[in-house]
Design a binder for this molecule. Sequence first.
Ligand code: BTN
Length: 255
Amino acid sequence: MTRWPAEAIWETVAPLLPGFTVEILPEIDSTNTELMRRARAGQTEPVLLVAESQTAGRGRLGRDWRSAPGASLTFSMSLPLAPADWSGLSLAVGLSLATSLHPDIGLKWPNDLWWQERKLAGILIETAALGAARQVVIGVGVNLAPPPDADGLRTPAAGLQELLPAMDAGTALLRLVEPLARTLKTFETGGFSPFVAGYRERDVLQGREVVLSDGVQGVARGVDAGGALLVHTAAGLQRVTSSDVSVRPRSDTHL
Ligand code: BTN
């Protein structure tokens, strides 16, 4: 049974995000789906929604996100956001999470958290129009232990408890949410630029041969100030911005 530090989180985040609330549910289809439903229904107050179990968790690119109750942390945060430029948001979020958890956690463009060549956490960002502004829903799934069916996954999975054996879902959540709220405020005013240097320090693709799902191949050369992945290909330097492509280090045969 997880002890959720809902009040401690509320106390640190409410001063940053007025109207902020924390909700913990035993089960829901998907925390992202639920907060997108609420956003479309006009509920725009900042909220953190944590689910102990998801019956229809979603990943990027239309994939499923499967997580075992007790062996993972699944939550979404929803708030109105109005940056001048949205590019790089998912990278800034990934950097915030990695920085909060451990210095050895890397980032695989655009926003997976990696440790020892395996995926530790994923991020799904969705937005809904609210007149001139937009509501953003940031969904985060962190493996505490590697999923039991990890061998069948496209990307091998790692668990946070491999790095931090005493870590539980509540403690991880407490570490993550306030820095995430600060990251979002910084992003809203300054875009991705304040995060570029930090991202580069954790970029696991830097200097590696990569293959994109659209067939492009080359050597990853970091990210630019807008969060685009730079890939040195036979045809020259390409900027990869599409959220529809996935990228793998070339040694990875799980394409
Ligand atoms: C990915 O790596 O493809 C993104 C995974 C995001 C999973 C989280 S779990 C909480 C939130 N609710 C969802 O349905 N998805 C996100």
